[in-house]
Design a protein around this ligand. Structure first.
Ligand SMILES: [Fe+2]
Ligand SMILES: [Fe+2]
Length: 323
């Protein structure tokens, strides 16, 4: 499916003129006025062209979208009057990805639009790659009823805790992505470990403990996944230093990772495990309370976890799929 490009200008005549100039077979194009800004946010197009020819106010939209961690991934171009260097500078400073001077020779204008298209294609490839990795992990988890949708549930609990804790949207989004992929390293574990019907012995548990480092090694070097590497690498570290792989302690474990880790521990206890009985919510919470008293968890996370579970249970029953 062709990506959707939205062109925004308050003047309908100018919109038509610019759409014609943009005329590009790679995009579906839609011209709108600034009054539809909130709809644009819900549509999430592949690219946005803000025309500043009828006034620079639209640049405020670029600033606000570029500061939104989710929306910031959408490439934005600004159309500025040709030769107006200050207008270009202001547009670049607002964080746009491309500046299209207008009127401009058709060749140069088309070249600038091709640049925008290249950025869109790269963004889509990055997003597709991340979806592919998440799909692989989800498919792997689905092989086992015990781990079915484990990453999704951990993500939901962590995001709900983020709301309880007043964490920023950016941090919550990072926690969501980190939680979805936190156990990616289990992909490298042999079936005898991940599908064992019998309780695992100490040697097998030691083997399982390589999965945070294995996951880190798998994803390392992928720039778009860099912000979530630490969730993969550190979700089994514990505040008192008793975790693995490196026995980090206290502030060495960033707070968002502590949130995902406790959500992971809760979900692991309350999901079916062939080698251990499934805990009820009460039993899991009392186990976490005991562990927090022993220093494994920040006590301040217990209340937000309880409230997050209440909120998820009240709103959606059993945790449904993420969008
Ligand atoms: Fe894990
Ligand atoms: Fe996990």
């Amino acid at each position: 499916m062709k990506p959707l490009l939205i062109l925004m200008d308050s003047d309908p005549g100018r919109r038509d003129e610019l759409l014609k100039a943009l005329g590009h077979e790679s995009f579906h194009m839609l011209g709108v006025g600034p009054e539809t800004a909130s709809s644009v946010e819900s549509i999430s197009p592949s690219a946005i062209v803000l025309s500043l020819l009828s006034g620079a106010e639209l640049l405020e939209l670029a600033v606000s979208w570029k500061s939104d961690p989710v929306f910031a991934r959408i490439p934005i171009a600004a159309v500025v009057p040709a030769g107006d260097v200050p207008a270009s500078d202001i547009a670049w400073a607002a964080g746009v990805d491309e500046v299209l001077p207008w009127p401009e020779s058709p060749g140069l204008f088309a070249a600038r639009v091709r640049n925008l298209e290249r950025i869109v294609r790269l963004q889509r490839e990055v997003a597709a790659f991340e979806r592919l990795v998440v799909s692989l992990v989800t498919a792997f988890e689905s092989r086992e009823p015990d781990t079915f949708e484990h990453g999704e549930r951990v993500a939901r609990i962590a995001v709900a805790m983020g709301a309880e804790l007043g964490l920023s949207r950016e941090t919550s989004d990072r926690m969501r992505r980190g939680a979805l992929l936190h156990d990616v390293g289990t992909l490298v574990l042999p079936d005898r470990l991940t599908q064992s019907e019998a309780p695992l012995d100490a040697a097998a548990l030691d083997e399982i403990r390589i999965h945070p480092v294995a996951g880190y090694e798998l994803l390392r070097g992928v720039p778009s996944l860099e912000p979530i590497l630490a969730f993969v690498h550190r979700h089994h570290e514990r505040l008192d230093g008793s975790g693995f792989p490196d026995g980090l302690s206290g502030p060495e474990i960033p707070f968002p990772i502590q949130v995902v880790s406790i959500a992971d521990a809760y979900d692991s206890m309350t999901s079916s495990r062939a080698y251990r009985s499934v805990f009820s919510r009460e039993k899991a919470m009392s186990t976490l309370r005991d562990e927090a008293a022993r220093g494994l968890w920040d006590q301040a996370l217990l209340g937000p976890l309880e409230r997050a579970l209440d909120r998820l249970a009240a709103n959606v029953g059993a945790l449904p799929r993420l969008p």
